[in-house]
Ligand binder design. Structure first.
Ligand SMILES: Nc1ncnc2c1ncn2[C@@H]1O[C@H](COP(=O)(O)OP(=O)(O)OP(=O)(O)O)[C@@H](O)[C@H]1O
Ligand SMILES: [Mg+2]
Length: 161
């Protein structure tokens, strides 16, 4: 069956902290086909790292499970889903709040969702207690023409052209 997307990939791995780097680098390698800037790539890596770390630390806690990532590209937008079948989030609205953490004793700062929201264009959270959590993030990667337009607008603004 032909995909509605321009490209897709799926990744599954055990919820071990050493797999966080593997996940973030793999998604970055997939995103590279959109020709992102170093900054856009760093944003994607950081957001993936936060979501994967959450699945490992909060979703599965002391147990071991599977973390899944699905990344899809359509035009110049990348959609990244990170999901676990761990314990789930009781209050999603509260979990999104800056500085909210259920693991303050483990030196967590409660900034993971805030970071994902600031680095990605959209962040949706679906979670059911006892069933698991799915984070859907989207980011538009600017095309070279868009970057040129922004640079020209900046120059006009400062009277350069
Ligand atoms: N995959 C998940 N499964 C279960 N609970 C989660 C999951 N992701 C987040 N949470 C809950 O949402 C809270 C907020 O997450 P967030 O990433 O913003 O902060 P944190 O992980 O506690 O701290 P930090 O990310 O700064 O280290 C967590 O403390 C946890 O209770
Ligand atoms: Mg976190």
């Amino acid at each position: 069956m032909k995909s509605l997307y321009d490209n897709e990939m799926n990744l599954e791995f055990l919820s071990r902290s050493k797999n966080e780097a593997f996940a973030r680098i793999t998604v970055a390698a997939f995103a590279a086909q959109l020709d992102p800037t170093i900054e856009e790539l760093a944003d994607i890596k950081t957001a993936v790292s936060e979501a994967v770390t959450n699945s490992i630390i909060h979703g599965y806690e002391d147990t071991e499970g599977i973390v899944k990532i699905r990344a899809r590209i359509l035009d110049n937008t990348i959609e990244i889903e990170v999901s676990d079948t761990g314990k789930g989030i009781e209050d999603i609205e509260l979990a999104r709040k800056p500085l909210y953490t259920t693991k303050a004793n483990l030196e967590r700062s409660g900034m993971g969702f805030t970071i994902m929201e600031s680095f990605m264009d959209e962040v949706d959270i679906e979670s059911v207690v006892g069933l698991g959590t799915k984070i859907l993030m989207k980011k538009h990667i600017k095309k070279d023409e868009e970057i040129d337009e922004i640079e020209n607008a900046d120059l006009t603004a400062i009277g350069g052209r």
